[in-house]
Design a protein around this ligand. Structure first.
Ligand code: AMP
Length: 271
C-alpha cells in the first residue's frame, strides 16, 4: 500500500493503471468504508482510497472542527485490510490550487432533504468529487447508500462528465442496526443506545406505511412523537423514491429518509 501525499506523486504512481477503483472518504475509517474497498478490490485491478476532510462541504464550523481525524489509525486499518493499493492524502492546496469559484449549483428540484438543511453542502461535495475525479481518473467510484442523496447527485453529474461509473454499495450497520458512520465516534454509549432504539422505531414506521393511506400526515405525527419522546431535533422524516428521490406514496422502491441530532451530532439514514 503506497501513501501519496500530493498531486505529483499521485499522477506519477497512477500513470500505468487504467482500471482504477476509487473510494473517496473523509477518514475515520470503519467497516462501511471497508465494504466499499472490498467491492472495488473485486471489480477493479487497483484500488485507491482518498482521505480528505473537505472544509468546503461543511456548513457548520463546529462540525468541521469536531469531525473525527486519526490518519495514523486509518492507515493502520487500511493496510491491515490488504485490499488497498494506494491512499491519497492531499493537502487543501492540492485540491484547491485553482482559486476560481466553483460553478456547481443545484437545481431547485434537488434542494430537498439534506440540501434544504445544509446550505452549500452538496455544492461542496460535488466540487471536491469533480476535482478528485479529474485528478484520479478512476474507471469506477464506490459510494455508500447510507448517503443516498450524495450518491444520487454525484452519479448524475460525474457520469455525464467523465468516463467513470459510480457504483452504489449497501449500508453497513452495527449489531443494533445503527448505520456505521465516522460521526458515530463522537457518540457516547447512551447516544448509541438511543440511535438503536430510534432505528427500531423507524423500521416499524416503514412497515406500517404499507397499510397507511395518508403517508405525509402519518409521518408528520410520527416525527412529532420522536421529537417529544427522545427530546431530539429532526430535520426531516420523509418517504422518497430511491430512483428519483421524489416524495413517494408507496413503500415500493422507496426509503424512509431521516436526519436527526443526538446532542450536537447530526445523523442521517435511510431504510
Ligand atoms: P465519509 O467518509 O463519511 O465521507 O464516507 C465515504 C464513503 O463511505 C461515502 O460514499 C459513504 O456513503 C460511504 N459510507 C459511509 N458510511 C457507510 C456505511 N455505514 N455503509 C456503507 N457505506 C458507507
Amino acid at each position: 500500500m503506497k501513501v501519496l501525499l500530493n498531486n505529483a506523486s499521485l499522477s506519477e504512481s497512477l500513470r500505468p493503471f487504467n482500471d482504477l477503483g476509487f473510494v473517496p472518504t473523509m477518514g475515520g475509517i470503519h467497516k462501511g468504508h471497508l465494504s466499499l474497498i472490498n467491492k472495488s478490490n473485486k471489480l477493479c485491478k487497483k484500488t485507491i482510497v482518498s482521505i480528505f476532510v473537505n472544509p468546503k462541504q461543511f456548513n457548520n464550523k463546529e462540525d468541521l472542527k469536531s469531525y473525527p481525524r486519526n490518519i495514523k489509525k486509518d492507515l493502520k486499518i487500511l493496510k491491515k485490510s490488504k485490499k488497498v493499493d494506494f491512499v491519497f492524502i492531499p493537502k487543501f492546496k492540492d485540491i484547491y490550487k485553482d482559486k476560481k469559484k466553483s460553478k456547481i449549483t443545484l437545481l431547485k428540484k434537488d434542494k430537498i432533504l439534506c440540501a434544504k438543511f445544509r446550505k452549500g453542502h452538496f455544492e461542496g461535495v460535488l466540487d471536491v468529487m469533480n476535482k478528485l475525479t479529474k485528478i484520479v481518473n478512476p474507471r469506477k467510484i464506490f459510494m455508500g447508500e447510507k448517503d443516498l442523496q450524495q450518491l444520487y447527485l454525484v452519479k448524475k453529474i460525474l457520469e455525464r462528465k467523465y468516463r467513470t461509473k459510480v457504483i452504489p454499495c449497501k449500508t453497513i450497520r452495527d449489531s443494533n442496526k445503527v448505520a456505521l458512520s465516522s460521526r458515530n465516534f463522537l457518540l457516547n454509549k447512551s447516544n448509541l443506545k438511543t440511535a438503536a432504539t430510534i432505528n427500531k422505531i423507524l423500521a416499524k414506521i416503514k412497515k406500517n406505511i404499507r397499510i397507511n393511506k395518508n403517508i405525509s400526515y402519518f409521518l408528520k405525527i410520527k416525527k412529532k412523537e420522536l421529537i417529544n419522546n427522545f427530546k431530539i431535533k429532526i430535520d426531516y422524516l420523509e418517504l422518497r423514491n430511491i430512483n428519483n428521490l421524489k416524495i413517494s406514496n408507496t413503500s415500493k422502491n422507496s426509503r424512509l429518509f431521516i436526519a436527526y441530532y443526538l446532542g450536537n451530532v447530526r445523523l442521517i439514514d435511510n431504510i
